[in-house]
Design a binder for this molecule. Structure first.
Ligand code: CAA
Length: 256
């Protein structure tokens, strides 16, 4: 159901439920939470890559069949489980690069939007088709989509339920890069390896400052940035970074 391995301090997570185009059920959501819990404070992991097995689907949404017989209370728990996972990914001090290798629909698009970076293969397809199922998105789609692509694009995608291809997703800022399918994971690894070479403290405080500041008014958000700018001076990494620059050599950060 999930394949996971660590390579050069990057934890690669592959959703592997091909018969259902990697659709998310409760078991899969819980397994993903476990993996993040296990590695979010591990010294062996600096970044995560989240992707789907095969070349057809990243995740084609929440498991539709399992939702047919759900009571409203079960639906509440299902949405909460999904949304807790999206917050766990988003607030993790180690960034996740989502490598979208095909359909990213409904809950799949929502999981991708909780990641810090999204790169896609040329054949990837995005959308929130819930309205056509008589549903609304339940893993953050109504909240993160407008924040990422603006109200105009978000309403168009949410209300129409229509699907968009990689190029359009790139044009509206939903993904940062498009790669050939065969190179997607390799390119995601290159992005991860670049992040891994930077100060882990800087990575952590960038994520905290962005996440905590985004919903504040600008003056409060800038106060927060100033606070974290001060905090980063408590760490040895900034001495290593600045002295390496001055000595014209590559920094080797200690993470202290
Ligand atoms: N849940 C469960 N099973 C799914 C699924 C899903 N989200 N998406 C696809 N599958 C299953 C299909 O039922 C099919 O199974 P069978 O062979 O047993 O019939 C198998 O995967 C292959 O799918 P298709 O034959 O449909 O493949 P296709 O290439 O013709 O179409 C597709 C691909 C356009 C992605 C189509 O499968 C599709 O529209 N899937 C549903 C997408 C969707 O509506 N996602 C939103 C779910 S709701 C949600 O996510 C709510 C939330 O926010 C929490």
């Amino acid at each position: 159901m999930i394949k996971q391995y660590i390579e050069d301090k990057t934890c690669v997570i592959k959703i592997d439920r091909p018969k259902y185009l990697n659709a998310l059920n409760i078991e899969l959501l819980e397994k993903l939470k476990e993996i993040y819990l296990k590695y979010q404070n591990s010294n062996n992991v600096r970044t995560f890559i989240l992707t789907g097995h095969g070349d057809k689907a990243f995740i084609a949404g929440a498991d539709i069949k399992s939702m047919y017989s759900m009571s409203k209370h079960e639906a509440h728990s299902f949405s909460k489980l999904g949304n807790d996972l999206t917050l766990q990914i988003e607030n993790c001090s180690k960034p996740t690069i989502c490598a979208i290798n095909g359909f990213a629909l409904g809950g799949g698009c929502e999981l991708a939007m909780a990641c810090h970076l999204r790169v896609a293969s040329e054949n990837a397809v995005f959308g929130q088709p819930e309205s056509g199922l008589g549903l609304i998105p339940g893993f953050g789609g109504t909240q993160r989509l407008p924040r990422l692509v603006g109200l105009t694009n978000a309403y168009k995608i949410l209300l129409s339920g229509s699907l968009i291809k990689s190029q359009q997703a790139f044009n509206i800022g939903l993904v940062s890069d498009i790669f050939e399918q065969k190179n997607l994971l390799n390119e995601a690894m290159k992005i991860a390896s670049n992040i891994n070479s930077k100060s882990s403290n800087a990575t952590k405080y960038i994520i905290k400052s962005v996440n905590e500041g985004i919903s504040l008014d600008i003056s409060k958000a800038l106060e927060l940035e100033t606070l974290y700018f001060k905090k980063i001076f408590e760490h040895e990494d900034r001495k290593i970074g600045i002295s390496s620059f001055l000595q014209k050599k590559e920094p080797k950060f200690s993470g202290q």
